[in-house]
Design a protein around this ligand. Structure first.
Ligand SMILES: NC(=O)C1=CN([C@@H]2O[C@H](COP(=O)(O)OP(=O)(O)OC[C@H]3O[C@@H](n4cnc5c(N)ncnc54)[C@H](OP(=O)(O)O)[C@@H]3O)[C@@H](O)[C@H]2O)C=CC1
Ligand SMILES: Nc1nc(=O)c2c([nH]1)NC[C@@H]1CN(c3ccc(C(=O)N[C@@H](CCC(=O)O)C(=O)O)cc3)C=[N+]21
Length: 289
């Protein structure tokens, strides 16, 4: 089993970004990302901390806006509107999931598309669908970057995606299609998952089920991107793929590890989108002067 490391690629890309940030800083530009966190979900706290650490590493100024779990929807919307208007903020990320009393779609819709570094607004999703210039969602973009790093030519390959969420499954399927793969999207109502898996050349797993995918289900030579972040029975972080079983079976395949695979790449793509947003906002401002 060959491992496709996200840490190595993330390190390299962040090094390049740091140099780009320093250049802009030398020209008096400051790049700002706002992360909005509602409530005190421990997993979200960890992700947000990782994101802030990464920002610091490359020189992006990140500000965390913590709101109580019972915040009124209107107050959250007003916070986003303030960030939309704030010239020091180039990227806005509202950490999901949000509490049940808040309409998630309304909140995402409120983010200015030019600051939507998650790529979650209908404008950016629509642009992704039609192949236009969009901020691509970070996790799917990270998955594609890992496939590219592994030297996989997707054209004509059979790619299977497990999961159809707006933040991972659907957009990753669109990106694979853009690269000319033949894409199948599977989900919990898929009748015969094994039949779909059996001839996958590339498999992206985003189901949120610890160690669900076993080596017997896939063919030799398959390239697997494991998006899942779960806890196993011992409380350790693990993916949707049973990596230990793959190792034990000495399976011929490539697999991204968890941790150290898609996770660090998600954050790296967030930094990339934030740099792109600052550049676009800066160019617009220059053009208007
Ligand atoms: N590494 C990273 O950066 C990120 C990791 N994640 C992780 O990725 C995983 C998926 O996240 P997300 O997309 O938000 O999760 P969701 O829960 O929104 O989606 C899970 C998807 O998997 C499908 N599914 C569940 N069980 C099965 C099954 N037995 N067979 C086939 N399909 C199944 C569901 O089908 P249906 O639609 O029918 O319910 C659904 O489409 C989670 O572990 C999450 O923590 C998420 C975001 C970023
Ligand atoms: N608006 C929004 N945007 C997101 O991008 C978003 C979100 N909400 N909600 C939750 C999911 C999840 N997500 C992760 C980010 C980093 C790691 C990460 O850094 N993982 C490390 C550490 C894992 C660990 O130790 O827990 C790794 O895999 O190596 C994981 C998961 C972003 N998400």
């Amino acid at each position: 089993m060959q491992e496709i490391s996200g840490l190595d690629l993330a390190d390299r890309l962040r090094g390049e970004m740091k140099a780009a940030v320093e250049e802009r800083q030398a020209a008096g530009r400051r790049i700002g990302l706002a992360v909005v966190l509602v409530g005190e979900d421990p997993a979200s706290e960890i992700y947000v901390r990782n994101k802030q650490k990464a920002c610091k590493e490359v020189g992006i100024v990140s500000s965390k806006i913590s709101l109580p779990a019972d915040v009124a929807e209107a107050d959250l919307l007003a916070t986003i509107e303030d960030l939309n208007q704030d010239d020091g903020i180039h990227g806005i990320l509202v950490q999901l999931p949000l509490p049940d009393h808040i309409d998630k779609d309304k909140v995402i819709n409120a983010i200015a598309p030019e600051k939507d570094v998650d790529g979650f607004t209908p404008i950016n999703m629509g642009r992704l669908l039609t192949g236009g210039q969009a901020y691509l969602p970070c996790t799917p973009q990270g998955c594609l970057a890992l496939l590219e790093e592994a030297g996989i030519d997707l054209a004509g390959k059979k790619a299977v995606v497990i999961g159809r969420s707006n933040i991972v499954g659907k957009p990753v399927a669109l990106l694979l299609l853009q690269e000319n793969a033949t894409v199948t999207i599977c989900h919990s109502k898929t009748q015969d998952l094994d039949a779909e898996l059996a001839d996958a050349d590339v498999l992206v797993v985003a189901m949120g089920k610890a160690k669900a995918i076993k080596p017997q289900q896939v063919k030799d030579g398959v390239v697997i991107i494991d998006v899942g972040i779960n806890r196993d029975q011992e409380g350790r972080v693990c993916g949707d793929v049973d990596a230990e079983a793959f190792k034990a079976a000495d399976k011929t395949c490539s697999l991204t590890p968890v941790p150290g695979g898609v996770g660090p790449m998600t954050i790296t793509m967030l930094l990339k989108n934030t740099l792109a947003a600052e550049a676009a906002i800066f160019a617009l401002k220059e053009g208007n002067q």
